[in-house]
Design a protein around this ligand. Structure first.
Ligand SMILES: NC(=O)C1=CN([C@@H]2O[C@H](COP(=O)(O)OP(=O)(O)OC[C@H]3O[C@@H](n4cnc5c(N)ncnc54)[C@H](O)[C@@H]3O)[C@@H](O)[C@H]2O)C=CC1
Ligand SMILES: CC(=O)C(=O)O
Ligand SMILES: [Mg+2]
Length: 598
């Protein structure tokens, strides 16, 4: 098992400074064993046991990293076997617990098993299981991870930020818990999302785990069930609104930038109104982005461009694609905004995109009363739809039947909304490869499952979901490929590229560069087979490419101030290959480093 894992690991090792600089430790004895960053469990060599006061605190035999790795994987496989036949949620939480215990105990081993087994473990530490973990957080809570700033901390955040033990923080993922995946307002329990996203940062972008900070901004919750739960761990008050809310976010971002002025901040799973408002408020002021609006947009655009290639059409044909987007929240609107920019680039300012946007009240038109200003650019005018027999508020089935779209894309959070009639209607699509993107998370919130999609919409479709599903056996040796259209393919590279360029802020051009890089990663042969995104096993490789593309875009726009030893001028003179090498070289890789000098 180790041998196989090691060969995958050797791919990663190429990108890293294989032997870490000697890392000396100021702690002694049990304090080292209780510090997951330094702890090697039974792997401490005798010299370190002698000199760090560890003798007698461990059983005498020294076990190698490889043996520890194999032992963990064996326990994991036994757990899988022993929980066979139990409900999915029980099995998933048991798997999460065993990984979380390792995370608490020994970070080096944890991140190594995570990196080497990312395909198996991403669904546990990330979507879908992370959703279940958030829902059950109060019961699962054993020890804290990350930082919690609450409305009660107003006026104190500047000093609180110095309670964080690491001297340097590079990457922060921040949530207020108001829209966790498609699960709604989970209050303080949403902390699981920043933790999972940052685990992906370590695995995919090689951000040093000592330099990441998951943050929960607890401004209350409107989830009545949580407010009534005696074990709920967050503030038991309704959410702050308006200026009161913004003053809390303002205070937090000021505190963070006072201590770590160059940290990149990713806003995650904020309800739409605050997602847009905070992005607007901060994006020109410091290096931040909103993953749900901007990361998702890039991943969706890359997939949409892939569907044009899958039809055997030139990319410029993107401007002619009829795309029905279901869900007009932070993700759906982010996707359409980026798609509109792409259409304008391809077809010029007079380009006329064929986008149809629906929310819970149906098709959005300019006749909509109290229309969300962010949805207005995508609202259909009467003359654009009267020929199709469509109207304000038309339902999804009617829209699909009358539009015959090339693409049906769901970011609604509503499980099963692409029901039988909708999927059957996609058979009449004007595309030779109709595309169905059921992007909502977690699994139960997907707009449809791939088995239904291939069965009802036809075997020639291209399919993508936000959470992982297995490929579909279509019989006769044919496979219906299931893509995972998830922002995990971009946010690690956006964050890493922004960090290593020392970008003052994250521009649209940097985000476009990320999307284009992902779009061009796939070969024509893969695209023809309906494979739009790389295997998650290649996530470090794709992240290196995306990170370098983002970095080059920051340099080209004169936003890069440099990072560490590499200044802005040096970045300007780097070739494409050199930027990729720089990014790879900066990726942290988990190996036990010596804790004492020879
Ligand atoms: N695959 C990925 O990478 C990502 C997936 N998502 C998923 O997208 C979903 C939505 O996220 P946000 O846009 O942030 O949420 P949101 O709450 O801002 O927006 C949801 C939208 O769906 C609409 N909607 C609700 N019920 C509907 C119905 N029956 N028919 C049509 N539209 C309906 C709402 O009116 C709203 O416009 C979530 O499930 C989230 O997990 C979000 C970001 C990234
Ligand atoms: C993937 C993600 O960011 C979401 O579902 O919110
Ligand atoms: Mg999200």
């Amino acid at each position: 098992m180790w041998r196989a894992a090691r060969s995958a690991a050797s791919t990663f090792r190429r990108f890293s400074t294989a032997i870490p600089a000697p890392c000396m430790v100021h702690k002694r004895g049990a304090d080292i064993l209780h510090d997951p960053w330094f702890n090697k469990d039974t792997g401490f060599p005798m010299t370190e046991r002698d000199r760090l006061g560890l003798r007698g605190l461990l059983p005498p035999r020294v076990i190698s990293f490889e043996q520890q790795y194999d032992r963990f994987m064996e326990s994991f496989r036994s757990l899988e076997k022993n929980t066979e036949g139990q409900p999915d949620s029980v099995v998933s939480l048991a798997k999460w617990r065993i990984l979380n215990r390792l995370h608490d105990r020994n970070e080096t081993l944890y991140y190594r098993v995570l990196i080497d087994n990312i395909k198996d473990f991403a669904p546990i530490i990330y979507t879908p299981t992370v959703g279940l973990v958030c829902q059950n957080y109060s019961g699962l809570f054993r020890r804290p991870r990350g930082m919690y700033f609450s409305a009660k901390d107003k006026g104190e955040m500047m000093s609180m930020i110095f309670n964080w033990p690491s001297t340097q923080v590079d990457m922060i993922v921040l949530t207020d818990g108001s829209r966790i995946l498609g699960l709604g307002d989970l209050g303080v329990q949403g902390i699981g999302i920043p933790i999972g996203k940052l685990d992906m940062y370590v695995a995919a972008a090689g951000i040093n785990p000592q330099r990441v900070l998951p943050v929960m901004l607890d401004v209350g919750t409107n989830n009545q069930k949580l407010l009534e739960d005696p074990l709920y761990l967050g503030l038991r008050q309704p959410r702050l609104e308006g200026e009161e809310y913004l003053s809390i976010v303002d205070e937090f971002v000021e505190a963070v930038h006072a201590r770590w002025p160059k940290a990149v901040v990713q806003f995650e799973d904020f309800q739409a109104k605050w997602a847009f408002e905070t992005l607007d408020r901060y994006r020109k002021k410091f290096c931040m982005f909103n993953d749900d609006i901007q990361g998702t947009a890039g991943v969706a655009l890359a997939g949409l461009l892939g569907t044009v290639r899958a039809q055997g059409r030139p990319l410029t044909d993107f401007a002619n694609q009829k795309i029905v987007v279901v869900g007009a929240g932070s993700a759906g609107l982010g996707v359409l905004k980026m798609a509109l920019q792409a259409v304008s680039r391809m077809g010029g300012p007079s380009a006329d995109p064929h986008f149809f946007l629906l929310d819970k009240n149906g098709l959005i038109t300019k006749d909509r009363k109290d229309i969300d200003p962010a949805a207005l650019p995508f609202a259909k005018a009467h003359h654009e739809i009267e020929g199709l027999g469509l109207h304000e508020g038309a339902g999804l089935t009617e829209v699909v039947k009358k539009v015959n779209p090339h693409v049906l894309l769901g970011l609604s959070g509503v499980g099963g909304i692409f029901h039988e009639e909708v999927l059957r209607a996609m058979r009449e699509s004007d595309s030779v490869r109709p595309a169905i993107f059921a992007m909502s998370n977690p699994t139960n919130n997907a707009e449809c499952c791939p088995v239904d999609a291939f069965k009802l919409a036809g075997e020639d479709i291209v399919f993508a979901s936000g959470s992982p599903f297995v490929n579909v056996d279509l019989g006769n040796g044919k496979i219906g490929h299931v893509n995972q259209a998830n922002n995990m393919y971009l946010f690690p590279g956006i964050g890493l590229g922004a960090l290593l360029s020392g970008a003052r802020n994250i521009s649209d051009t940097m985000l476009e560069a990320a999307a284009e890089c992902l779009a061009s990663y796939m070969s024509d042969d893969e695209i023809k087979r309906g494979i739009l995104y790389p295997s998650i096993n290649d996530i470090r490789d794709i992240t290196a490419e995306v990170g370098a593309a983002v970095l080059r875009a920051a340099v080209a726009e004169d936003l890069a101030e440099g990072h560490g030893d590499v200044g802005a001028r040096e970045l300007q003179h780097m070739s494409k290959e050199e930027t990729i090498e720089l990014v790879r070289h900066n990726m942290w890789y988990p190996v036990y480093g010596p804790l004492v000098h020879d």
